[in-house]
Design a protein. Sequence first.
Length: 256
Amino acid sequence: MSLCVRIRKRLAAFTLDASFDVERADRVMALLGPSGCGKSVTLKCIAGVMRPDEGRIVLNGRTLFDSDAGVDLPPQRRHVGYLFQDSALFPTMDVLHNVMAGVREGGRAERRERARRELCAMRLDGVERLRPAQLSGGQRQRVAMARILASDPELILLDEPFSALDALTRADMRSWYCGMSRELGMASLAITHDVDEAVTMADRIYVLRGDPRSGVPSAIAAEVAVPRPEGDVSAAEFALTPAFLDCKREVLGLLG
């Protein structure tokens, strides 16, 4: 997976300058920074739900946005999945039909079968006929992920998707997502202001710095490769290692 982001967006309190490249086999990347520094804006510009003032975004050789060339693909043509904090499921649809809504091609029977496969992959057998309100917070996020996977995205964007969950569920979801993403070979970019979460989940961290309160522009200050251990080591186990603590100290130093 390759991603090139060079964007500039003027906001009410500050200007966002986000420039970074991904040309590696990293599966999970994190964009880390304080609240209000432009992390969500960066994701929305990549997804196509917000337009940069200028710049260029290229995913796997396809130009998604180029202000000079007049290119601005709509979200449905970008092949980018977006996992929101609140899952954004359709409340009046059951789980199966929520996931079917993400399938791009095929007749009704084919779409139904694809949705069932994705639900099975998310360990959600037996909840097909339930409505979102009948699910736990963790289950809702897994349904939302099943819907995203059903659309065959080239990149998944995660906007602090576990922040609304309680601490135990959040830790469980982090471990689940790390294992699933690496098993399925998915590429994703997650945003967070939680250093522990970034180091636990990501293969590489991009540090976004700025001070919106004083109008200081936000920009990518550094990138950090996370020294993930070899073998089948869970996120919870990695968080207990010296490598995790060293990486956390490095990232905290970059945040200032």
